[in-house]
Write a protein that binds this ligand. Structure first.
Ligand SMILES: C[S@@+](CC[C@H](N)C(=O)[O-])C[C@H]1O[C@@H](n2cnc3c(N)ncnc32)[C@H](O)[C@@H]1O
Length: 239
């Protein structure tokens, strides 16, 4: 698997992903409502710097950022089509917006900037085990004090094999994603079967701990779709 191959799907079929999210089949509405609530709790609204790895078109994160504006937003994605749309979705933000067309690990590894929030939505499961470890190392190095790594992604159950996970997810897609035309549904299923490598929460926690992010908190869970916050210290929220 290469990043280029796994992201080619999004370059080609961005409209299919949009259709899936339009019907809320991956719980984007509920997930991003919780992300929005979480960002509202930051004490540095208007001053925090956010890096969005695998930002796609930022359609769901953008409203949360409008409510809790950062001081700087950088989105990284391999899909130019998605980045073009992201520019439109983020147009209402008044802070500097940087959209980078690159592999998320390469972009993050080469950054000398520090971040208050590193956000990533439904992108990490495309990485190999070693690449996920690299991502956590980058987060451990680049997060400022009080920083959060906020990860939205699909998760495997503890001790569940990838094969068993895929059987369940593909069944869920075929049974529940009823408004996706059959040929497009099968294209999405083939993409999941080839490129999805989700981890269990305990594996992610181990990777995070090895990078100094010793706190983890599950923010939400909807079926296989979860949001986890990793941080160096216990997060301080406004009361
Ligand atoms: C499922 S979409 C998620 C988009 C958005 N973050 C969301 O939550 O709706 C995954 C995005 O990650 C991007 N992506 C996956 N692997 C990547 C990589 N290695 N480098 C950069 N972008 C990547 C894809 O191009 C795609 O836009």
């Amino acid at each position: 698997m290469t990043s280029t191959e796994s992201t080619a799907f999004f370059a080609r079929s961005w409209s299919l992903y949009d259709l899936i999210t339009e019907h809320n089949y991956m719980f984007h509405r509920e997930i991003y409502a919780r992300v929005s609530d979480l960002l509202k709790l930051r004490k540095d609204i208007g001053r925090y710097r956010l890096l969005d790895l695998g930002c796609g078109n930022a359609r769901f994160l953008a409203p949360a950022l409008m409510r809790s504006p950062p001081a700087h937003y950088q989105g990284v994605d391999m899909s130019e089509a998605a980045l073009e749309e992201a520019r439109e979705h983020l147009a209402g933000l008044t802070c500097p917006i940087e959209l980078t067309h690159n592999d998320l690990l390469e972009a993050a590894e080469s950054t000398v900037s520090k971040w208050d929030v590193i956000f990533t939505g439904f992108a990490v499961h495309h990485l190999t085990h070693q690449e996920k470890e690299r991502l956590f190392r980058i987060a451990g190095r680049c997060l400022l004090d009080g920083g959060w790594l906020l990860m939205v992604d699909v998760l495997r159950e503890e001790n569940q094999s990838r094969k068993h996970y895929l059987e369940g997810y593909l069944r869920f897609m075929r049974e529940c994603w009823t408004r996706i035309p059959t040929d497009q549904l099968e294209e999405a299923c083939a993409h999941v079967e080839t490129y999805d490598y989700p981890e269990s929460l305990s594996t992610l926690n181990d990777m995070a701990k090895a990078s100094g992010l010793i706190n983890s908190q599950v923010i939400s869970r909807f079926g296989q779709h979860g949001t986890v916050m990793f941080s160096r210290d216990v997060p301080e929220f406004t009361d």
